[in-house]
Write a protein that binds this ligand. Structure first.
Ligand code: HEC
Ligand code: HEC
Ligand code: HEC
Ligand code: HEC
Ligand code: HEC
Length: 487
């Protein structure tokens, strides 16, 4: 039953295409299953479908997002199942309270093992979870406080009244305010039950140039991940044209099973990845051969890259150096379905990721078992200049020496696999993951990192790495910072 149905007829006067047929409007109790002529009940508010009627674009974009997928994600379910088994249930609701927070709040699951029994609209990070948030009491592990009061918090200061819910602007939700990063950061930062600060996206952002109140750099999570465009916030009569925000929240993960908006989401990810990094490649002649120097710089991400689950991510350099028909160096040319070398297996393989070690100091993929980690990722700039104590070198170098003839052609590019196949294979072997999920894992090519070096196309300059005369292509030894797509 709907509380107070039909009581807000003054708002109803504005109502246009989104509303029920006139007959329905006249009846107090009609359409209990749908939104329209009165406030949504607490139960209706939980269902994204109830929002779709007036917010079809938001619903469509969200439905393909990893937020919608968070409780479905077969890899999440497999890892959680393995973790529960290996810890004898000690993990409890640790994982599921971020991946399906409402189901935990409502007492429908204690460990995430029974998600199939939880109604689909209560799995995942849903509309109401974000839009009813009133306070965030910490900086990791989802300390979000909600108010179930029928008021939707957003970034609009002068919302047009509507009969379904109240509306109010909140700085936690307004991407123009840096405070909004606290809402996102609350889940995008994980401290494990062992006390290891494992996933650090929020912490990294806070240390970056983007968290400074300086209009040249400032960018909240929302300003980069939910870019604005002109449109209507609701299919509802009398609403003005405004900045509305993409709810696809593209990152690096994509749905690995049949899921709405799968292709659109994959395109979003590819587009974002195409401008995240820049590279430079220099060749210095040395006696008996040459030094190939590669530099990679994070120009787009507002935190390290990769970030978050960087223990599972694989971002690596593919490089082939040739002299005539001879291959002088070849690294990272594994095919899209091939597993990659693990740490120590191939000294030439340059990969950006975290490596986890358990209490016995063995490498592990089980993040609940991690006791420490090593990190090789691309940091975000923090605003300090070279020479200052807090300076971070964002121009990350690596040198390869080749012996023999001087190369006449070098091709390089960076590749990204959202999750290593070796991590997934382990879950298949323990019986927690279906093998077809592994086959669905994409490998992305980061277009802005592709360089071809030849002596003819390269430019003569001094190498940043070694201060020696070099022939270089790509980024000219300087940081080129990019700002967000714009809100
Ligand atoms: C009967 C139509 C209708 C339904 C159903 C509806 N909304 Fe709205 N909503 C609106 C209108 C109209 C606005 C104001 C848009 C504007 O002013 O541009 C709005 C505004 C919002 C805002 C912005 C608030 C602000 O001040 O920034 C949020 C967030 C929101 N709705 C979320 C939801 C969610 C979540 C649901 C489902 C639980 C939902 N809405 C269901 C019509 C509706
Ligand atoms: C992960 C959190 C999150 C989820 C999940 C989410 N939203 Fe939002 N939404 C936001 C934020 C943040 C903004 C405000 C952006 C701004 O104004 O800078 C927003 C803005 C809005 C607005 C105002 C118009 C606009 O685009 O700025 C509407 C309407 C809205 N959301 C509806 C929905 C609906 C409907 C769903 C579910 C289908 C949903 N949201 C899911 C975070 C979320
Ligand atoms: C200056 C823009 C910018 C800001 C600010 C920013 N990001 Fe990102 N983020 C990116 C880019 C670019 C990528 C890489 C391309 C992609 O995956 O979309 C990325 C990637 C991600 C990913 C994918 C995981 C990975 O391995 O990198 C997550 C999750 C993420 N960001 C969350 C956040 C959160 C949470 C915040 C705020 C605390 C935030 N981002 C702030 C630009 C930004
Ligand atoms: C309730 C916890 C929660 C909140 C709050 C939250 N997220 Fe997320 N977010 C998740 C989870 C869980 C996933 C990953 C789901 C999966 O892949 O299984 C995710 C995925 C993402 C991704 C895609 C990451 C990838 O690997 O591709 C981006 C980008 C992102 N969120 C941005 C945001 C932004 C921006 C906000 C704030 C408006 C936000 N999130 C708020 C839990 C949250
Ligand atoms: C504090 C909130 C939080 C907790 C706790 C949490 N996750 Fe996540 N999870 C996220 C977010 C946010 C992402 C988005 C990806 C990222 O940050 O890189 C994610 C992504 C994932 C992914 C997909 C991406 C990947 O490469 O791993 C899996 C699988 C996953 N989580 C499994 C788990 C398991 C299993 C647990 C418990 C052992 C867990 N998560 C605990 C927030 C959480």
């Amino acid at each position: 039953m709907r509380a107070g149905g039909g009581m807000r007829k003054s708002a109803g006067a504005r109502v246009g295409k989104a509303l029920r047929p006139a007959l329905c409007l006249a009846l107090v109790a009609c359409g209990t299953d749908e939104a329209a002529d009165g406030p949504l009940t607490a139960e209706q508010r939980l269902d994204p479908q109830a929002c779709a009627e007036c917010h079809p674009t938001h619903h469509k974009e969200w439905s393909g997002s990893m937020h919608a997928y968070a409780g479905e994600d077969p890899v999440f379910r497999a890892m959680n199942a393995r973790g529960q088994r290996e810890t004898n249930g000690a993990l409890g609701d640790f994982c599921v309270k971020c991946h399906a927070p409402l189901a935990v709040e409502m007492g429908l699951t204690k460990d995430g093992l029974n998600l199939d029994e939880v109604p689909a609209h209560l799995r995942g990070v849903t509309c109401i979870f974000c839009h009813s948030a009133t306070r965030v009491t910490g900086e990791s592990n989802n300390p979000v406080i909600r108010a179930d009061d029928g008021v939707m918090r957003g970034g609009i200061a002068d919302p047009v009244p509507n009969p379904a819910h109240g509306s109010v602007r909140s700085s936690l939700h307004d991407g123009a305010s840096l405070t909004s990063s606290k809402l996102c950061g609350s889940c995008h930062d994980i401290v494990t039950p062992n006390g290891l600060h494992l996933e650090r996206t929020f912490a990294e952002w806070k240390e970056s140039i983007y968290a400074l109140e300086d209009s040249r750099f400032r960018n909240s999570c929302v300003s980069c991940h939910m870019p604005g465009r002109d449109g209507v916030a609701a299919e509802f009569e009398g609403v003005p044209l405004r900045r509305i925000h993409d709810h696809g929240n593209a990152g690096v993960d994509v749905a690995l099973t049949d899921f709405p908006e799968r292709e659109a989401q994959r395109e979003r990810v590819q587009l974002a990845l195409n401008s995240t990094l820049l590279t430079e490649l220099c060749v210095v002649s040395v006696s008996g051969g040459a030094d190939i120097e590669v530099y990679v710089e994070n120009v787009g991400a507002g935190h390290s890259f990769p970030s978050g689950a960087s223990q599972d991510r694989r971002l690596w350099l593919q490089l082939v150096a040739r002299a005539g028909a001879e291959t002088l160096l070849e690294t990272g040319t594994q095919g899209d379905t091939e597993a990659l070398p693990e740490p120590g297996e191939d000294p030439d393989f340059w990969v950006f990721r975290d490596v986890l070690y358990d209490a016995q100091d063995e490498i592990t993929h089980d993040f609940w078992a991690a006791a420490r980690l090593t990190k090789e990722v691309l940091p975000a700039p923090n605003g300090a200049l070279p020479g200052e104590p807090d300076y971070v070198n964002v121009h990350v170098p690596r040198r390869y020496r080749v012996i023999g003839p001087t190369p006449d052609r070098i091709d390089m590019v960076l590749k990204l696999r959202p999750m290593g196949l070796e991590v997934l294979q382990e879950l298949v072997l323990s019986g927690d993951l279906a093998p077809e999920v592994v086959a669905a894992m994409p490998t992305f090519t980061l277009e802005s990192t592709a360089l071809t070096w030849t002596p003819e196309t390269a430019e003569s300059r001094v190498s940043t790495y070694s201060d020696r005369p070099a022939l270089c292509v790509g980024l000219n030894g300087q940081s080129r910072r990019r700002t967000a797509p714009g809100r």
